[in-house]
Design a protein around this ligand. Structure first.
Ligand SMILES: [Zn+2]
Length: 251
């Protein structure tokens, strides 16, 4: 028999959430049934994902974006009430890993994204395991234009590109999701391009003024591979039924 506790213990050992100063609690967020047989993964625990998990008779919903974010209204009302009620009513466990999933060297969002793009990840000597910016290299340098087309093809979504100083792209800082505020950090890594999920208006100007090629490839698009890899891994490890549910998101 596999229990929720077995799964959480394993995930905590694998992802080491205690090492991160995160914006949300990692691990079990809403408690459900004790014995688990079927696990569903998705990027975000939105109502649509929960509805599909209920239809699939899932015991666990494992996500990257769960609930209870720092600075959100802590009251369980409105949308939050409906989501949590759906989980409790159907005895489904909600398990979420945020930064620990971005950072994991094998199943993490950045590691999986690098693999998808055919980038070789550098493990710098001074890199902490908690670092969520990865540096990856292309086997052969490409023009920015070709690299952006490559990213678009791999992720099946046209990225937004802020052109840099027209140099060839070889080393790329990657940070999945909404990492537009990590541009300055990425610049310190002496890379040719910065690839993340999103961009903000003011970041366009910063990027132009630094000369780096900035590629915003989609928050959802850059974060859907980590949770899938993690779900596949634990399903195999604990012999659970498994399904990834992709809820389309244009951002
Ligand atoms: Zn995210």
């Amino acid at each position: 028999m596999v229990t929720t506790q077995n799964l959480i213990k394993y995930l905590d050992e694998l992802l080491m959430p205690e090492k991160f100063h995160d914006y949300c609690p990692n691990g079990l967020q809403v408690e459900g049934v004790v014995e688990i047989k079927k696990i569903i993964t998705g990027v975000t625990a939105c109502q649509k994902l929960l509805d599909q998990a209920i239809a699939e008779n899932a015991d666990v919903v494992l996500v990257h974006h769960g609930y209870f974010w720092r600075e959100e209204d802590p009251r369980i009302i409105g949308i939050k009430k409906r989501r949590i009620a759906a989980l409790i009513e159907h005895d489904i466990n909600l398990i979420a890993y945020h930064l620990p999933l971005d950072a994991h060297p094998v199943y993490g969002n950045n590691a999986q994204l690098a693999q998808k793009l055919g980038l070789k990840v550098e493990l710098a000597r001074d890199r902490e395991v908690t670092d969520i910016i990865f540096v990856g290299s292309l086997a052969k340098p490409m023009s920015a234009h070709d690299f952006v087309a490559h990213v678009g093809k791999c992720l099946q979504r046209q990225p937004l590109h802020i052109a840099g100083s027209n140099k060839m792209i070889e080393r790329i800082a990657i940070c999945s999701g909404g990492a537009q505020d990590y541009l300055q950090k990425a610049l310190q890594l002496d890379v040719d391009a910065f690839l993340t999920g999103e961009i903000s208006e003011y970041v366009v100007h910063l990027a132009r003024e630094t000369g780096i090629d900035y590629i915003a490839a989609g928050h959802h698009a850059t974060e859907k591979y980590g949770i899938q890899a993690l779900g596949e891994h634990v399903a195999q490890k604990f012999n659970l039924e498994y399904k990834f549910i992709d809820i389309e998101n244009p951002v």
